[in-house]
Design a protein around this ligand. Sequence first.
Ligand code: MCA
Ligand code: AMP
Length: 507
Amino acid sequence: MPGGSEVPPLPSSLPLVARAEAHDDRTAIVAPEGTFTYRDLLDASARVAACLLDGRPDLGESRVAFLAPAGWHYVAAQWGIWRAGGIAVPLATSHPPAELEYVIRDADAEIVLAHPDFAEMVRGLDGAKRARLIWTPQALERTTPHSPLPAVEEGRRAMMVYTSGTTGRPKGVVTTHANLRAQVTSLIAAWEWTVGDAILLVLPLHHVHGIVNVLACALWAGARCEMLAKFDGPRVWGRLADDDLTLFMAVPTIYNKLIAAWEAAPPERQRAYAAGCARLRLMVSGSAALPIRTLERWQAISGHVLLERYGMTEIGMALSNPLRGERRPGFVGTPLPGVEVRLVDEQGRPAQPGTPGEIEVRGPNVFLEYWRRPDATAQAFRDGWFRTGDMAVLEQGAYRILGRTSVDIIKSGGYKISALEIEDVLRAHPAIAECAVVGVEDAEWGERICAAVELRDDVTLALEELQRWAKQRLAPYKVPRALRCVAALPRNAMGKVTKPEVARLFR
Ligand code: MCA
Ligand code: AMP
Protein backbone atom coordinates (compact mmCIF):
# COMPACT_ATOMS: atom_id res chain seq x y z
CA MET A 1 0.00 0.00 0.00
CA PRO A 2 1.52 3.35 -0.94
CA GLY A 3 1.72 6.20 1.56
CA GLY A 4 2.57 6.23 5.24
CA SER A 5 0.99 5.22 8.49
CA GLU A 6 -2.12 6.61 10.18
CA VAL A 7 -0.08 9.11 12.22
CA PRO A 8 -1.82 12.52 12.45
CA PRO A 9 0.27 15.20 10.75
CA LEU A 10 2.27 17.69 12.78
CA PRO A 11 1.15 21.34 12.61
CA SER A 12 2.23 22.44 9.16
CA SER A 13 5.39 24.44 8.55
CA LEU A 14 3.55 26.28 5.76
CA PRO A 15 1.98 29.47 7.12
CA LEU A 16 -1.14 29.28 4.96
CA VAL A 17 -1.82 25.72 6.06
CA ALA A 18 -0.94 26.39 9.70
CA ARG A 19 -3.46 29.25 9.79
CA ALA A 20 -6.18 26.99 8.40
CA GLU A 21 -5.73 24.74 11.42
CA ALA A 22 -7.01 27.62 13.57
CA HIS A 23 -10.12 28.17 11.45
CA ASP A 24 -11.23 24.55 11.66
CA ASP A 25 -15.00 24.35 11.12
CA ARG A 26 -15.49 27.72 9.45
CA THR A 27 -16.58 27.56 5.81
CA ALA A 28 -13.58 27.90 3.49
CA ILE A 29 -14.91 27.07 0.02
CA VAL A 30 -18.31 27.13 -1.63
CA ALA A 31 -17.85 25.38 -4.97
CA PRO A 32 -19.89 23.61 -7.62
CA GLU A 33 -19.09 20.38 -5.72
CA GLY A 34 -20.48 21.60 -2.37
CA THR A 35 -19.54 23.55 0.75
CA PHE A 36 -16.31 22.76 2.57
CA THR A 37 -14.76 23.83 5.90
CA TYR A 38 -11.13 24.54 6.66
CA ARG A 39 -10.98 21.13 8.33
CA ASP A 40 -12.25 19.53 5.10
CA LEU A 41 -9.52 21.37 3.22
CA LEU A 42 -6.81 20.18 5.60
CA ASP A 43 -8.06 16.61 5.35
CA ALA A 44 -8.47 16.61 1.55
CA SER A 45 -5.11 18.26 0.91
CA ALA A 46 -3.39 15.78 3.26
CA ARG A 47 -4.89 12.97 1.18
CA VAL A 48 -3.72 14.56 -2.05
CA ALA A 49 -0.25 15.07 -0.55
CA ALA A 50 -0.05 11.43 0.56
CA CYS A 51 -1.08 10.28 -2.90
CA LEU A 52 1.50 12.48 -4.61
CA LEU A 53 4.23 11.41 -2.19
CA ASP A 54 3.40 7.74 -2.67
CA GLY A 55 5.75 6.76 0.13
CA ARG A 56 8.47 9.34 -0.57
CA PRO A 57 9.33 11.67 2.32
CA ASP A 58 9.20 14.87 0.23
CA LEU A 59 8.52 15.81 -3.42
CA GLY A 60 11.59 18.04 -3.14
CA GLU A 61 10.26 20.75 -5.49
CA SER A 62 9.16 18.37 -8.24
CA ARG A 63 6.80 20.21 -10.54
CA VAL A 64 3.20 19.05 -10.37
CA ALA A 65 1.14 20.42 -13.25
CA PHE A 66 -2.53 20.44 -12.31
CA LEU A 67 -5.64 20.98 -14.38
CA ALA A 68 -9.00 21.40 -12.69
CA PRO A 69 -11.99 23.70 -13.10
CA ALA A 70 -12.34 26.44 -10.49
CA GLY A 71 -13.73 24.48 -7.55
CA TRP A 72 -12.97 22.11 -4.72
CA HIS A 73 -10.61 19.80 -6.61
CA TYR A 74 -8.51 22.78 -7.68
CA VAL A 75 -7.99 24.02 -4.12
CA ALA A 76 -7.36 20.57 -2.62
CA ALA A 77 -4.86 19.85 -5.41
CA GLN A 78 -3.01 23.14 -4.95
CA TRP A 79 -2.70 22.70 -1.18
CA GLY A 80 -1.86 19.00 -1.55
CA ILE A 81 1.05 19.82 -3.87
CA TRP A 82 2.36 22.42 -1.42
CA ARG A 83 2.03 20.09 1.56
CA ALA A 84 3.92 17.34 -0.28
CA GLY A 85 6.81 19.74 -1.00
CA GLY A 86 6.07 20.12 -4.72
CA ILE A 87 5.86 23.15 -6.99
CA ALA A 88 2.29 23.82 -8.08
CA VAL A 89 2.02 24.57 -11.81
CA PRO A 90 -1.59 25.54 -12.61
CA LEU A 91 -2.71 24.69 -16.13
CA ALA A 92 -5.39 26.78 -17.85
CA THR A 93 -8.73 25.07 -18.43
CA SER A 94 -9.26 27.23 -21.55
CA HIS A 95 -6.03 26.21 -23.26
CA PRO A 96 -5.84 23.90 -26.26
CA PRO A 97 -3.53 20.82 -26.06
CA ALA A 98 -0.60 22.61 -27.74
CA GLU A 99 -0.38 25.22 -24.97
CA LEU A 100 -0.82 22.65 -22.18
CA GLU A 101 1.88 20.51 -23.76
CA TYR A 102 4.26 23.46 -23.81
CA VAL A 103 3.80 24.21 -20.11
CA ILE A 104 4.10 20.58 -19.02
CA ARG A 105 7.27 20.18 -21.05
CA ASP A 106 8.86 23.50 -20.11
CA ALA A 107 8.11 22.97 -16.41
CA ASP A 108 9.51 19.45 -16.73
CA ALA A 109 6.51 18.22 -14.74
CA GLU A 110 7.05 14.95 -12.95
CA ILE A 111 3.38 14.56 -12.10
CA VAL A 112 0.23 15.68 -13.93
CA LEU A 113 -2.79 15.88 -11.63
CA ALA A 114 -5.97 16.29 -13.65
CA HIS A 115 -9.71 16.50 -13.13
CA PRO A 116 -11.67 13.81 -15.03
CA ASP A 117 -13.57 16.55 -16.91
CA PHE A 118 -10.39 16.90 -18.97
CA ALA A 119 -9.69 13.16 -19.30
CA GLU A 120 -9.89 12.97 -23.07
CA MET A 121 -7.63 15.96 -23.63
CA VAL A 122 -5.10 14.96 -20.96
CA ARG A 123 -4.81 11.38 -22.22
CA GLY A 124 -3.78 12.75 -25.60
CA LEU A 125 -0.91 14.85 -24.19
CA ASP A 126 2.59 13.47 -24.68
CA GLY A 127 3.71 15.35 -21.57
CA ALA A 128 1.09 13.55 -19.49
CA LYS A 129 2.22 10.20 -20.91
CA ARG A 130 5.79 10.87 -19.81
CA ALA A 131 4.72 12.07 -16.33
CA ARG A 132 2.94 10.20 -13.56
CA LEU A 133 -0.72 10.88 -14.32
CA ILE A 134 -3.10 11.07 -11.36
CA TRP A 135 -6.82 11.88 -11.47
CA THR A 136 -8.00 14.25 -8.76
CA PRO A 137 -10.72 11.92 -7.33
CA GLN A 138 -8.08 9.22 -6.96
CA ALA A 139 -6.00 11.64 -4.84
CA LEU A 140 -8.88 13.21 -2.90
CA GLU A 141 -10.50 9.91 -2.05
CA ARG A 142 -7.36 8.19 -0.94
CA THR A 143 -8.22 5.97 2.03
CA THR A 144 -5.09 6.54 4.15
CA PRO A 145 -5.05 10.31 4.40
CA HIS A 146 -2.35 10.78 6.98
CA SER A 147 1.25 10.11 6.23
CA PRO A 148 3.94 12.26 7.80
CA LEU A 149 4.12 15.32 5.61
CA PRO A 150 7.45 17.01 4.97
CA ALA A 151 8.55 20.18 6.73
CA VAL A 152 8.60 22.70 3.88
CA GLU A 153 10.86 25.68 4.46
CA GLU A 154 9.35 29.03 3.44
CA GLY A 155 12.25 29.80 1.10
CA ARG A 156 11.37 26.81 -1.09
CA ARG A 157 9.72 27.15 -4.48
CA ALA A 158 5.92 26.98 -4.24
CA MET A 159 4.37 27.95 -7.56
CA MET A 160 5.08 28.56 -11.20
CA VAL A 161 2.71 30.70 -13.27
CA TYR A 162 3.35 31.01 -17.00
CA THR A 163 3.42 34.53 -18.35
CA SER A 164 4.06 36.02 -21.78
CA GLY A 165 7.02 38.30 -22.34
CA THR A 166 8.65 40.28 -25.11
CA THR A 167 10.91 37.41 -26.11
CA GLY A 168 10.00 33.87 -27.08
CA ARG A 169 7.38 31.68 -25.51
CA PRO A 170 5.82 32.15 -22.05
CA LYS A 171 8.16 31.82 -19.09
CA GLY A 172 7.48 30.12 -15.76
CA VAL A 173 7.48 32.72 -12.97
CA VAL A 174 8.68 30.95 -9.82
CA THR A 175 7.48 32.21 -6.45
CA THR A 176 8.49 30.79 -3.09
CA HIS A 177 6.21 30.24 -0.11
CA ALA A 178 7.78 33.33 1.45
CA ASN A 179 6.94 35.38 -1.68
CA LEU A 180 3.35 34.20 -1.52
CA ARG A 181 3.14 35.03 2.17
CA ALA A 182 4.47 38.55 1.49
CA GLN A 183 2.03 39.09 -1.40
CA VAL A 184 -0.92 37.89 0.63
CA THR A 185 -0.17 39.63 3.94
CA SER A 186 0.38 42.94 2.17
CA LEU A 187 -3.16 42.80 0.74
CA ILE A 188 -4.65 41.48 3.97
CA ALA A 189 -3.29 44.56 5.73
CA ALA A 190 -4.09 47.11 3.02
CA TRP A 191 -7.64 45.96 2.30
CA GLU A 192 -8.38 44.87 5.89
CA TRP A 193 -9.42 41.30 5.18
CA THR A 194 -11.04 39.52 8.17
CA VAL A 195 -12.63 36.16 8.97
CA GLY A 196 -15.97 37.84 8.37
CA ASP A 197 -15.25 38.36 4.67
CA ALA A 198 -16.87 36.46 1.81
CA ILE A 199 -15.68 36.83 -1.78
CA LEU A 200 -17.02 35.64 -5.12
CA LEU A 201 -14.26 34.24 -7.36
CA VAL A 202 -14.95 34.59 -11.09
CA LEU A 203 -11.37 34.83 -12.38
CA PRO A 204 -9.35 32.10 -14.08
CA LEU A 205 -7.06 30.18 -11.75
CA HIS A 206 -3.88 30.13 -13.84
CA HIS A 207 -3.05 33.75 -13.01
CA VAL A 208 -2.07 35.70 -9.90
CA HIS A 209 -5.21 37.85 -9.75
CA GLY A 210 -7.45 34.82 -9.10
CA ILE A 211 -4.87 32.65 -7.31
CA VAL A 212 -3.34 35.16 -4.89
CA ASN A 213 -5.59 38.22 -4.58
CA VAL A 214 -8.80 36.24 -4.30
CA LEU A 215 -8.25 32.60 -3.30
CA ALA A 216 -5.08 32.75 -1.20
CA CYS A 217 -6.08 35.98 0.57
CA ALA A 218 -9.49 34.56 1.46
CA LEU A 219 -7.97 31.37 2.85
CA TRP A 220 -5.28 33.27 4.75
CA ALA A 221 -7.92 35.44 6.38
CA GLY A 222 -10.14 32.49 7.34
CA ALA A 223 -12.81 33.98 5.08
CA ARG A 224 -15.23 32.25 2.68
CA CYS A 225 -14.42 31.95 -1.02
CA GLU A 226 -17.30 31.15 -3.32
CA MET A 227 -16.08 29.81 -6.66
CA LEU A 228 -17.91 30.03 -9.97
CA ALA A 229 -16.64 27.63 -12.63
CA LYS A 230 -16.79 30.46 -15.17
CA PHE A 231 -17.68 34.13 -15.42
CA ASP A 232 -21.29 34.71 -16.39
CA GLY A 233 -22.74 38.24 -16.16
CA PRO A 234 -26.33 37.55 -15.04
CA ARG A 235 -25.17 34.81 -12.65
CA VAL A 236 -22.64 37.08 -11.02
CA TRP A 237 -25.29 39.80 -10.65
CA GLY A 238 -27.60 37.23 -9.08
CA ARG A 239 -24.98 36.44 -6.44
CA LEU A 240 -24.09 40.09 -5.86
CA ALA A 241 -27.78 40.77 -5.24
CA ASP A 242 -27.81 38.32 -2.28
CA ASP A 243 -26.65 39.96 0.91
CA ASP A 244 -23.89 37.59 1.99
CA LEU A 245 -20.83 38.80 0.05
CA THR A 246 -18.41 41.47 1.26
CA LEU A 247 -15.77 41.61 -1.51
CA PHE A 248 -15.47 41.39 -5.29
CA MET A 249 -12.38 41.62 -7.52
CA ALA A 250 -12.19 41.58 -11.30
CA VAL A 251 -10.56 42.94 -14.45
CA PRO A 252 -12.04 45.98 -16.25
CA THR A 253 -13.52 43.79 -19.04
CA ILE A 254 -15.58 41.95 -16.41
CA TYR A 255 -16.93 45.26 -15.05
CA ASN A 256 -17.76 46.25 -18.67
CA LYS A 257 -19.63 42.98 -19.15
CA LEU A 258 -21.46 43.44 -15.84
CA ILE A 259 -22.46 46.96 -16.88
CA ALA A 260 -23.85 45.55 -20.15
CA ALA A 261 -25.76 42.82 -18.27
CA TRP A 262 -27.21 45.41 -15.85
CA GLU A 263 -28.31 47.63 -18.72
CA ALA A 264 -30.04 44.66 -20.37
CA ALA A 265 -31.97 43.75 -17.18
CA PRO A 266 -35.54 44.94 -16.41
CA PRO A 267 -35.81 47.91 -13.97
CA GLU A 268 -36.87 45.93 -10.87
CA ARG A 269 -33.93 43.58 -11.35
CA GLN A 270 -31.59 46.52 -11.89
CA ARG A 271 -32.69 47.88 -8.50
CA ALA A 272 -32.13 44.52 -6.79
CA TYR A 273 -28.67 44.18 -8.37
CA ALA A 274 -27.63 47.67 -7.31
CA ALA A 275 -28.94 47.19 -3.76
CA GLY A 276 -26.99 43.92 -3.43
CA CYS A 277 -23.82 45.63 -4.58
CA ALA A 278 -24.23 48.40 -2.04
CA ARG A 279 -23.92 45.82 0.75
CA LEU A 280 -20.38 44.86 -0.29
CA ARG A 281 -17.57 46.60 1.58
CA LEU A 282 -15.04 46.71 -1.31
CA MET A 283 -14.91 46.21 -5.09
CA VAL A 284 -11.48 46.10 -6.72
CA SER A 285 -10.31 46.44 -10.33
CA GLY A 286 -6.92 45.50 -11.74
CA SER A 287 -4.78 43.60 -14.28
CA ALA A 288 -5.36 46.31 -16.90
CA ALA A 289 -6.06 50.04 -16.99
CA LEU A 290 -9.53 50.87 -15.70
CA PRO A 291 -11.13 53.33 -18.13
CA ILE A 292 -12.55 56.35 -16.32
CA ARG A 293 -15.90 55.88 -18.10
CA THR A 294 -16.10 52.33 -16.65
CA LEU A 295 -15.30 53.65 -13.17
CA GLU A 296 -17.96 56.35 -13.47
CA ARG A 297 -20.63 54.09 -14.91
CA TRP A 298 -19.96 51.50 -12.21
CA GLN A 299 -20.24 54.16 -9.52
CA ALA A 300 -23.56 55.34 -10.96
CA ILE A 301 -24.93 51.77 -10.97
CA SER A 302 -23.53 50.36 -7.76
CA GLY A 303 -22.51 53.30 -5.61
CA HIS A 304 -18.97 51.91 -5.43
CA VAL A 305 -15.87 53.82 -6.48
CA LEU A 306 -13.81 50.90 -7.74
CA LEU A 307 -10.47 50.57 -5.96
CA GLU A 308 -7.88 50.32 -8.74
CA ARG A 309 -4.55 48.67 -8.02
CA TYR A 310 -1.51 47.69 -10.09
CA GLY A 311 0.37 44.39 -10.09
CA MET A 312 2.20 41.83 -12.14
CA THR A 313 2.75 38.07 -12.06
CA GLU A 314 6.39 38.56 -11.03
CA ILE A 315 5.63 40.80 -8.03
CA GLY A 316 2.05 40.24 -6.95
CA MET A 317 0.52 43.63 -6.16
CA ALA A 318 2.68 46.76 -5.91
CA LEU A 319 0.45 49.86 -5.90
CA SER A 320 -3.06 50.45 -4.64
CA ASN A 321 -5.54 53.21 -4.12
CA PRO A 322 -6.53 53.46 -0.44
CA LEU A 323 -9.25 51.39 1.20
CA ARG A 324 -10.14 54.48 3.23
CA GLY A 325 -9.57 57.89 1.72
CA GLU A 326 -9.81 59.30 -1.77
CA ARG A 327 -9.49 56.94 -4.77
CA ARG A 328 -8.31 59.02 -7.68
CA PRO A 329 -9.72 57.98 -11.08
CA GLY A 330 -6.93 57.15 -13.53
CA PHE A 331 -4.41 56.57 -10.70
CA VAL A 332 -3.22 53.36 -9.07
CA GLY A 333 -2.31 54.88 -5.71
CA THR A 334 0.77 54.31 -3.60
CA PRO A 335 3.05 51.37 -2.67
CA LEU A 336 1.41 48.55 -0.72
CA PRO A 337 2.79 47.58 2.72
CA GLY A 338 6.25 45.99 2.42
CA VAL A 339 6.65 46.90 -1.28
CA GLU A 340 9.23 49.44 -2.51
CA VAL A 341 8.53 51.21 -5.80
CA ARG A 342 10.64 53.70 -7.76
CA LEU A 343 10.61 55.27 -11.23
CA VAL A 344 13.80 55.30 -13.30
CA ASP A 345 14.94 56.78 -16.60
CA GLU A 346 16.43 54.74 -19.45
CA GLN A 347 19.83 54.68 -17.73
CA GLY A 348 18.29 53.36 -14.54
CA ARG A 349 18.70 56.67 -12.67
CA PRO A 350 15.81 57.79 -10.45
CA ALA A 351 13.41 59.84 -12.60
CA GLN A 352 13.06 63.54 -11.79
CA PRO A 353 9.90 64.33 -9.75
CA GLY A 354 6.90 64.67 -12.06
CA THR A 355 8.78 62.99 -14.95
CA PRO A 356 7.66 59.66 -16.40
CA GLY A 357 9.85 56.64 -15.70
CA GLU A 358 9.84 52.86 -15.73
CA ILE A 359 8.42 51.27 -12.58
CA GLU A 360 10.92 49.19 -10.62
CA VAL A 361 9.91 47.12 -7.63
CA ARG A 362 11.78 45.61 -4.70
CA GLY A 363 10.63 43.62 -1.68
CA PRO A 364 9.85 40.15 -0.30
CA ASN A 365 6.91 39.97 -2.73
CA VAL A 366 9.22 39.83 -5.78
CA PHE A 367 9.55 36.42 -7.47
CA LEU A 368 12.63 34.19 -7.28
CA GLU A 369 13.38 33.48 -10.95
CA TYR A 370 12.13 32.60 -14.40
CA TRP A 371 12.19 28.83 -14.49
CA ARG A 372 15.47 27.57 -15.97
CA ARG A 373 16.16 30.93 -17.65
CA PRO A 374 19.01 32.50 -15.68
CA ASP A 375 19.73 35.02 -18.45
CA ALA A 376 16.13 36.28 -18.57
CA THR A 377 16.10 36.45 -14.76
CA ALA A 378 19.33 38.46 -14.69
CA GLN A 379 18.03 40.86 -17.35
CA ALA A 380 14.82 41.44 -15.43
CA PHE A 381 16.68 42.99 -12.48
CA ARG A 382 18.79 46.13 -12.10
CA ASP A 383 20.70 46.57 -8.81
CA GLY A 384 18.26 44.27 -7.04
CA TRP A 385 15.18 46.05 -8.41
CA PHE A 386 12.73 44.22 -10.70
CA ARG A 387 12.16 46.08 -13.97
CA THR A 388 8.44 45.90 -14.75
CA GLY A 389 8.48 47.31 -18.30
CA ASP A 390 5.58 49.61 -17.30
CA MET A 391 5.88 53.39 -17.48
CA ALA A 392 4.31 55.64 -14.86
CA VAL A 393 4.43 59.12 -13.41
CA LEU A 394 4.08 60.23 -9.80
CA GLU A 395 1.65 63.15 -9.44
CA GLN A 396 0.62 64.63 -6.10
CA GLY A 397 1.72 61.55 -4.26
CA ALA A 398 0.00 58.93 -6.43
CA TYR A 399 1.16 56.86 -9.39
CA ARG A 400 -0.49 57.02 -12.82
CA ILE A 401 0.30 54.20 -15.30
CA LEU A 402 1.20 55.46 -18.78
CA GLY A 403 1.58 52.16 -20.65
CA ARG A 404 4.18 49.54 -21.52
CA THR A 405 7.70 50.15 -22.79
CA SER A 406 7.10 47.43 -25.42
CA VAL A 407 4.42 47.62 -28.14
CA ASP A 408 4.58 43.84 -28.36
CA ILE A 409 2.80 43.30 -25.06
CA ILE A 410 -0.96 43.35 -25.47
CA LYS A 411 -3.55 43.45 -22.68
CA SER A 412 -6.88 41.96 -23.70
CA GLY A 413 -9.60 40.93 -21.27
CA GLY A 414 -7.01 41.39 -18.50
CA TYR A 415 -4.69 38.80 -20.06
CA LYS A 416 -1.12 39.75 -20.92
CA ILE A 417 -0.42 38.51 -24.43
CA SER A 418 2.77 38.55 -26.49
CA ALA A 419 2.32 39.75 -30.08
CA LEU A 420 5.54 37.94 -30.98
CA GLU A 421 4.25 34.62 -29.67
CA ILE A 422 1.11 34.92 -31.83
CA GLU A 423 3.18 35.94 -34.87
CA ASP A 424 5.38 32.86 -34.44
CA VAL A 425 2.30 30.64 -34.49
CA LEU A 426 0.64 32.44 -37.44
CA ARG A 427 3.80 32.14 -39.55
CA ALA A 428 3.25 28.37 -39.54
CA HIS A 429 -0.06 28.84 -41.40
CA PRO A 430 0.35 27.57 -44.97
CA ALA A 431 -1.21 30.71 -46.49
CA ILE A 432 0.84 33.22 -44.49
CA ALA A 433 4.20 34.48 -45.77
CA GLU A 434 4.72 37.21 -43.13
CA CYS A 435 2.61 38.78 -40.42
CA ALA A 436 2.44 41.46 -37.73
CA VAL A 437 0.20 41.34 -34.67
CA VAL A 438 -0.87 44.43 -32.75
CA GLY A 439 -3.21 45.39 -29.92
CA VAL A 440 -5.80 47.97 -30.93
CA GLU A 441 -7.71 49.95 -28.32
CA ASP A 442 -11.14 48.52 -27.61
CA ALA A 443 -13.83 49.76 -25.23
CA GLU A 444 -14.84 46.31 -23.98
CA TRP A 445 -11.59 44.29 -24.03
CA GLY A 446 -8.99 47.04 -23.38
CA GLU A 447 -7.16 45.97 -26.51
CA ARG A 448 -8.22 43.73 -29.37
CA ILE A 449 -5.74 41.43 -31.10
CA CYS A 450 -5.40 42.30 -34.78
CA ALA A 451 -3.26 40.56 -37.40
CA ALA A 452 -1.96 42.01 -40.67
CA VAL A 453 -0.60 39.38 -43.05
CA GLU A 454 1.23 39.07 -46.33
CA LEU A 455 -0.16 36.02 -48.09
CA ARG A 456 1.71 33.53 -50.24
CA ASP A 457 1.02 33.75 -53.96
CA ASP A 458 -2.47 32.89 -55.24
CA VAL A 459 -4.11 32.17 -51.90
CA THR A 460 -6.84 33.88 -49.91
CA LEU A 461 -7.50 33.81 -46.20
CA ALA A 462 -10.67 34.71 -44.31
CA LEU A 463 -10.74 35.70 -40.63
CA GLU A 464 -13.01 32.79 -39.65
CA GLU A 465 -10.69 30.30 -41.30
CA LEU A 466 -7.65 31.79 -39.55
CA GLN A 467 -9.48 31.76 -36.20
CA ARG A 468 -10.48 28.11 -36.59
CA TRP A 469 -6.88 27.22 -37.32
CA ALA A 470 -5.44 29.40 -34.53
CA LYS A 471 -7.84 28.03 -31.89
CA GLN A 472 -6.15 24.63 -32.21
CA ARG A 473 -2.82 26.20 -31.28
CA LEU A 474 -3.50 29.20 -29.07
CA ALA A 475 -5.60 30.04 -26.00
CA PRO A 476 -8.96 31.57 -27.07
CA TYR A 477 -7.92 35.00 -25.77
CA LYS A 478 -4.83 35.01 -28.04
CA VAL A 479 -6.79 34.38 -31.24
CA PRO A 480 -6.88 37.42 -33.60
CA ARG A 481 -10.20 39.26 -33.76
CA ALA A 482 -9.47 41.15 -36.98
CA LEU A 483 -7.45 40.38 -40.09
CA ARG A 484 -6.07 42.56 -42.89
CA CYS A 485 -4.39 40.93 -45.88
CA VAL A 486 -1.87 43.39 -47.35
CA ALA A 487 0.52 43.30 -50.31
CA ALA A 488 3.35 44.47 -48.06
CA LEU A 489 3.52 45.18 -44.33
CA PRO A 490 4.52 48.76 -43.45
CA ARG A 491 8.27 48.83 -42.79
CA ASN A 492 10.88 51.47 -41.94
CA ALA A 493 14.09 52.16 -43.89
CA MET A 494 15.80 49.31 -42.03
CA GLY A 495 13.07 46.90 -43.21
CA LYS A 496 11.61 46.54 -39.71
CA VAL A 497 7.81 46.33 -39.47
CA THR A 498 6.43 49.56 -37.99
CA LYS A 499 3.77 48.48 -35.52
CA PRO A 500 2.05 51.88 -35.07
CA GLU A 501 1.34 51.88 -38.81
CA VAL A 502 0.09 48.31 -38.65
CA ALA A 503 -2.31 49.38 -35.88
CA ARG A 504 -3.58 52.22 -38.10
CA LEU A 505 -4.79 49.61 -40.62
CA PHE A 506 -7.44 48.61 -38.08
CA ARG A 507 -8.69 52.01 -36.92
C1 MCA B 1 -12.38 35.78 -25.07
N1 MCA B 1 -12.93 36.28 -26.18
C2 MCA B 1 -12.27 37.37 -26.55
C3 MCA B 1 -11.25 37.52 -25.61
N2 MCA B 1 -11.35 36.53 -24.69
N3 MCA B 1 -12.45 38.25 -27.57
C4 MCA B 1 -11.61 39.27 -27.67
N4 MCA B 1 -10.60 39.46 -26.83
C5 MCA B 1 -10.39 38.62 -25.78
N5 MCA B 1 -9.39 38.85 -24.94
C6 MCA B 1 -14.02 35.75 -26.93
C7 MCA B 1 -13.98 34.25 -26.98
O1 MCA B 1 -13.10 33.76 -27.97
C8 MCA B 1 -15.40 33.95 -27.29
O2 MCA B 1 -15.67 34.19 -28.64
C9 MCA B 1 -16.14 34.97 -26.50
O3 MCA B 1 -15.23 36.07 -26.30
C10 MCA B 1 -16.56 34.46 -25.18
O4 MCA B 1 -15.43 33.78 -24.65
P1 MCA B 1 -15.32 33.44 -23.16
O5 MCA B 1 -14.02 32.81 -22.82
O6 MCA B 1 -16.59 32.78 -22.73
O7 MCA B 1 -15.27 34.90 -22.64
P2 MCA B 1 -15.68 35.31 -21.28
O8 MCA B 1 -15.90 34.18 -20.38
O9 MCA B 1 -16.76 36.32 -21.42
O10 MCA B 1 -14.28 35.91 -20.81
C11 MCA B 1 -14.10 37.20 -20.63
C12 MCA B 1 -13.38 37.37 -19.31
C13 MCA B 1 -12.04 36.60 -19.39
C14 MCA B 1 -14.21 36.82 -18.16
C15 MCA B 1 -13.15 38.84 -19.15
O11 MCA B 1 -11.30 37.13 -20.46
C16 MCA B 1 -11.29 36.63 -18.11
O12 MCA B 1 -11.57 35.88 -17.18
N6 MCA B 1 -10.28 37.52 -17.96
C17 MCA B 1 -9.50 37.66 -16.77
C18 MCA B 1 -8.07 37.37 -17.03
C19 MCA B 1 -7.24 37.49 -15.78
O13 MCA B 1 -7.56 37.00 -14.71
N7 MCA B 1 -6.12 38.15 -15.90
C20 MCA B 1 -5.24 38.38 -14.81
C21 MCA B 1 -3.83 38.31 -15.33
P3 MCA B 1 -16.23 33.04 -29.58
O14 MCA B 1 -17.50 32.63 -28.93
O15 MCA B 1 -16.36 33.72 -30.87
O16 MCA B 1 -15.16 31.99 -29.55
S1 MCA B 1 -2.93 39.67 -14.79
C22 MCA B 1 -2.43 39.31 -13.28
O17 MCA B 1 -2.69 38.27 -12.73
C23 MCA B 1 -1.67 40.46 -12.64
C24 MCA B 1 -0.89 39.94 -11.50
C25 MCA B 1 -2.67 41.52 -12.15
O18 MCA B 1 -2.30 42.70 -12.07
O19 MCA B 1 -3.78 41.13 -11.82
P1 AMP C 1 0.58 39.93 -15.96
O1 AMP C 1 1.95 39.85 -16.51
O2 AMP C 1 -0.41 39.09 -16.64
O3 AMP C 1 0.68 39.69 -14.52
O4 AMP C 1 0.11 41.41 -16.17
C1 AMP C 1 0.78 42.45 -15.52
C2 AMP C 1 0.63 43.69 -16.31
O5 AMP C 1 -0.72 44.13 -16.27
C3 AMP C 1 1.41 44.85 -15.77
O6 AMP C 1 2.76 44.79 -16.16
C4 AMP C 1 0.66 46.02 -16.36
O7 AMP C 1 1.08 46.27 -17.67
C5 AMP C 1 -0.77 45.53 -16.37
N1 AMP C 1 -1.57 46.07 -15.27
C6 AMP C 1 -1.91 45.48 -14.11
N2 AMP C 1 -2.68 46.30 -13.36
C7 AMP C 1 -2.83 47.44 -14.07
C8 AMP C 1 -3.53 48.68 -13.87
N3 AMP C 1 -4.26 48.91 -12.78
N4 AMP C 1 -3.43 49.62 -14.83
C9 AMP C 1 -2.71 49.42 -15.96
N5 AMP C 1 -2.05 48.26 -16.20
C10 AMP C 1 -2.12 47.29 -15.29
